[in-house]
Design a protein around this ligand. Structure first.
Ligand code: ITT
Length: 238
């Protein structure tokens, strides 16, 4: 038999209201014959990123969640990424946006990522966004990497992308990683993707990500691998 204090706890937790709301909406949408998943009315996820290429990929790969860029829900602000690793920088970004939102129910997701060239000492790594200097554009960073490859007489060499995805919410802080291995070449090929993609040839392919495009990248990228792990955590939080 269910004890009275337990029922009181359930009432106080507001859980019964959510269940009733979900049942009501599910019935309504069934009557109206509108496809409906209970997930769509769950907690909003805020992405702590201003990089349009990343945001496009993160949103496309998290379509089973209700996702907004932080610039869509507040005035965007600059975040100083002074950590020593992808993980630290991802957590710095997610914490900064979680604090600014001042909403305990928020779940903030961030991505810190970059490309590394082993033969050059794993550069630019965590400095990928500012390889050509603070405030440099994606084209300037890419051109600088081409110049570095040419200066070192490297036409093609091993490279890898890293992505650290951080999650910050009331229940705690989490971080997962994903990697994509391949090679970089010393010339741009293709205009799909973003950032260093026109230089990067994933393992098992002959074309750059700039030529291959979103579908291939979604299958094997550092970001999608990290997101696969992040989604397992997110599903326990929403
Ligand atoms: P946010 O911090 O606002 O998310 P950002 O561009 O500053 O944006 P990072 O500090 O994580 O992000 O820098 C990552 C850089 O690495 C990014 O600017 C790209 O140039 C590059 N990069 C990361 N993932 C990439 C990908 O999938 N394809 C191409 N370039 C990528």
């Amino acid at each position: 038999m269910v004890k009275a204090p337990l029922i009181i706890d359930i009432i106080h937790s507001g859980y019964y209201k959510r269940v009733l709301r979900d049942l009501f909406l599910a019935s309504l949408f069934t009557i109206l014959e509108v496809p409906y998943t209970l997930k769509r009315i769950s907690v909003k996820i805020i992405l702590a990123s201003s990089n349009q290429g990343k945001l496009r990929e993160l949103k496309a790969w998290m379509e089973d969640f209700e996702v907004y860029a932080f610039g869509e829900v507040m005035t965007p602000f600059a975040i100083v990424e002074d950590g020593d690793s992808f993980k630290e920088n991802a957590l710095i970004k997610a914490r900064a946006v979680y604090k600014a939102l001042d909403d305990k129910s928020a779940i903030v997701v961030s991505d810190d990522s970059g490309i590394s060239i082993p033969v050059l000492g794993h550069i630019p790594g965590i400095y990928s966004a500012r390889y050509a200097g603070v405030g440099a554009s994606a084209t300037q960073n890419l051109d600088k990497l081409i110049q570095t490859l040419k200066d070192n007489e490297i036409k093609r060499t091993r490279a890898y992308y890293t992505a650290a995805i951080a999650i910050v919410c009331e229940k705690g802080e989490f971080c997962v990683h994903g990697w994509m291995h391949g090679e970089v070449i010393d010339e741009k090929r293709g205009d799909k993707g973003f950032g260093y993609d026109p230089l990067f040839i994933p393992e098992g392919f002959d074309e750059t990500l700039g030529e291959l495009g979103e579908a291939v990248k979604k299958e094997l990228s550092h970001r999608s691998k990290a997101l696969g792990l992040a989604k397992i955590i997110l599903k326990t939080l929403v």
